[in-house]
Design a protein. Structure first.
Length: 467
């Protein structure tokens, strides 16, 4: 890597990890035991799991660097994830990473003393019995009702709610509008989805239980550090900057061809259903995606409030950087999300646009929608006490794919999602947040990566392996 300094807002390139025992010879990749298309979190996890079983895996990535939505970018010494990210303790992602011997380090969110905003007024968030008593967000009867609802959630069974919408589930929890708003805000916070009329309640309740139970971690040095560890798994070889638009493009690169009873198995981890349909030729249902606008701010000093949730505005702010060792000495940072309602979302399939790569303070740049979206999140940052003179760096993504296709009540919730096997293509499997019966967000990605890897390993053990 060049040691010359990069421009302040440029993404720093990431080098390929050092070669493992089976990938030093670039001429040997055609005889890899398995291939993976896509070097995001799911693709790399699937590759690492297959490699841990003793096989050589070739990973192909369209972009110049691995990571996808789990990449971490560096600007003026600030490390920014692609919007706020959290690893849910007790979830599928943590479990699967444990199978690989990876125990990510991180810190809990700075939720103590957090705030909720309604009607432009900042209130103490009711995060526990003491703050529930003190907050001005709710009246006495609403406080009692919220306490009752929260006590019920811990004992409820998510599996019974797969065919129920989040909206209908909340209707059964409370008839008090203010309490309903708070519950909806908590669901947005833990699921990153603003779609109560579509999102299955098994997802909503599972995420709330994880968030309020084991909790979450902001990973030290960002999710890019996790990507680096997965890519460095011995037996995995990564080739970036190579586009595979269809499986036919890959078939010509593989000795003996791909798929089938004797061919090389393939894992397709390219984002959502639309991208997977293009690569595999199978028509997966597009579903409904959940998107968000995200704004990362590098600050000269800490914000007054480090954790702020919008109640009547679908937005959220948290100090992800300082606690997770992602800022220069003496600096701080926050990440903001503006949730895009699912009903108005077309499933962006991982597309990010509106990345403000020009000036760190040029609010005149970009089309009107980008300017307006950025301005809304900057206005929300004022609730945390952030002023213009505190902001020394920023990165805005106008439309970031959060979930490429949500689990919907109308299709049976999480159990109703497609499996990893591609119909009609033996030995070809898909991975993503829209695949498999378990988990949401990264939990779904890694659970499906495990299932796909297990199927690939079984496929390889049932046929002679080229060595």
């Amino acid at each position: 890597m060049s040691t010359e300094p990069l421009p302040p807002t440029a993404e720093r390139p990431v080098e390929d990890p050092p070669p493992g025992p089976h990938r030093a010879d670039r001429r040997d990749h055609r005889r890899s035991d398995a291939w993976v298309v896509g070097a995001g979190l799911g693709g790399l996890a699937a590759a690492a799991l297959i490699a841990r079983a003793g096989y050589r895996v070739q990973v192909i990535e369209r972009r110049r660097r691995p990571g996808g939505r789990a990449a971490t970018d560096e600007r003026r010494g600030f490390r920014f994830n692609r919007g706020p990210h959290a690893l849910y303790h007790g979830g599928e992602a943590e479990r699967v990473l444990g199978l690989l011997g990876i125990a990510p380090t991180g810190v809990a969110p700075p939720a103590r003393g957090g705030r909720m905003v309604r009607g432009g007024i900042v209130h103490l968030a009711p995060g526990g019995p003491g703050s529930l008593v003190r907050t001005g967000l709710l009246g006495p009867r609403d406080k009692a009702d919220l306490a009752r609802v929260l006590a019920r959630l811990d004992r409820a069974d998510p599996h019974a709610l797969s065919a129920t919408t989040t909206q209908r589930w909340i209707d059964g929890l409370t008839d008090r509008p203010s309490v309903r708003q708070v519950i909806e805000a908590i669901v947005r916070l833990t699921s990153y989805v603003d779609g109560p009329g579509e999102l299955s309640a098994d997802v909503a309740l599972s995420q709330v239980q994880l968030g309020f139970g084991p909790g979450v971690a902001y990973l030290d040095r960002g999710w890019g550090s996790l990507i680096d560890r997965l890519a460095a798994t011995p037996g995995v070889r990564l080739e970036a900057g190579v586009a595979i638009d269809r499986l036919d493009d890959l078939d010509a690169r593989v000795v003996g061809g791909i798929g089938g009873r004797t061919g090389t198995p393939v894992v397709v981890a390219v984002g959502g259903p639309a991208a997977a349909s293009q690569v595999t030729g199978n028509a997966f249902e597009a579903g409904l995606g959940a998107d968000a606008a995200t704004l990362d701010l590098g600050l000269a000093s800490p914000p007054r409030h480090r954790f702020v949730i919008g109640v009547d505005e679908p937005a959220y702010l948290s100090d992800h950087g300082g606690p997770a060792a992602m800022v220069p000495p003496g600096r701080s940072s926050v990440s903001l999300v503006g949730y895009v309602p699912v009903d108005g979302c077309d499933g962006s399939d991982g597309v990010e646009d509106g990345d403000d790569d020009r000036s760190a303070h040029d609010d005149r740049s970009g089309p009107a929608a980008v300017r307006e979206g950025r301005a809304r999140l900057l206005a929300f940052a004022r609730h945390a006490g952030i002023t213009d003179d505190q902001i020394v760096e920023r990165r805005y993504l106008h439309r970031m794919s959060v979930v490429t296709s949500i689990a919907r009540a109308s299709t049976g919730g999480m159990p109703g999602r497609v499996g990893t096997a591609v119909p009609g293509l033996c030995g070809v499997h898909v991975v993503g947040d829209w695949v498999g019966p378990s988990g949401h967000l990264a939990d779904a990605v890694l659970a499906s990566a495990e299932s796909a890897a297990e199927a690939v390993v079984a496929h390889l053990r049932d046929r002679p392996v080229l060595r």
